[in-house]
Design a protein around this ligand. Sequence first.
Ligand SMILES: *[C@@H]1O[C@H](CO)[C@@H](O)[C@H](O)[C@H]1NC(C)=O
Ligand SMILES: *[C@@H]1O[C@H](CO)[C@@H](O)[C@H](O)[C@H]1NC(C)=O
Ligand SMILES: *[C@@H]1O[C@H](CO)[C@@H](O)[C@H](O)[C@H]1NC(C)=O
Ligand SMILES: *[C@@H]1O[C@H](CO)[C@@H](O)[C@H](O)[C@H]1NC(C)=O
Length: 199
Amino acid sequence: MMLPFLSVISFTPMVAVFVSVRCLLVAASVMLLSSKLGGEGRKSNSRFTNLMCETYNESYGRFSKCKLNLLARGRAGVHMHLQLFQLPIENVWINWSMYRRYNGFRPFLYNISSNFCKLMENVNHISFEGLVIRAIMTRSNLNHTCPYNHDIVIDNLEFTDDLLKNLPLPQGDYKLQLRFATYKVWRVQVSVFFTRDEP
Ligand SMILES: *[C@@H]1O[C@H](CO)[C@@H](O)[C@H](O)[C@H]1NC(C)=O
Ligand SMILES: *[C@@H]1O[C@H](CO)[C@@H](O)[C@H](O)[C@H]1NC(C)=O
Ligand SMILES: *[C@@H]1O[C@H](CO)[C@@H](O)[C@H](O)[C@H]1NC(C)=O
Ligand SMILES: *[C@@H]1O[C@H](CO)[C@@H](O)[C@H](O)[C@H]1NC(C)=O
């Protein structure tokens, strides 16, 4: 059985053989990696654990919904509805700060400020902010560039390891605090708590 196989290879240019073996190896490791990371979050226990929304001025914006919906198998989806009363909005900044729990929550890794409208113009940008925005866009009407002239709704956004696959976040409990300013005035703050747990 071995001989016919070998003779096929000997007629194939060596380069082609190496290339296809490399492709196979890459494909195999990608498959391994994605099943290890839980694919669509099936094997992982990573999940949202809490959500807090605050508004600094009720006549500017008001959260009519801000909660985690319990879904199947211990998962939770972020459900949020922010009513906005001063439209349209076209100048938005976000301060992002990440915290990790040791003894209480301590600042961890990300403390940055970004121009939200610029970010929305280039969401494929490989960055922490880009990853988070892309995840939110899948379940939200925040899926277009500025200006915004409607309420902001997030509908059952689930936490999956796909979301954080490319981020150096070890297992643990985290808080991501997002503070939004429009026209240089702080308007709302959203804090998302999550647990990262490898399968
Ligand atoms: C709250 O927002 C309203 C509407 O934008 C504005 O008229 C008012 O001055 C704001 N109040 C404060 C305390 O910033
Ligand atoms: C983030 O940085 C700002 C200014 O650089 C600082 O005032 C603030 O305390 C920092 N926040 C955290 C959580 O480290
Ligand atoms: C957050 O916003 C404030 C006010 O604009 C700014 O002074 C501060 O540096 C920002 N924090 C970070 C980490 O950029
Ligand atoms: C954004 O999401 C809304 C509601 O989910 C959808 O109707 C709309 O087509 C989406 N727009 C874009 C540009 O993807």
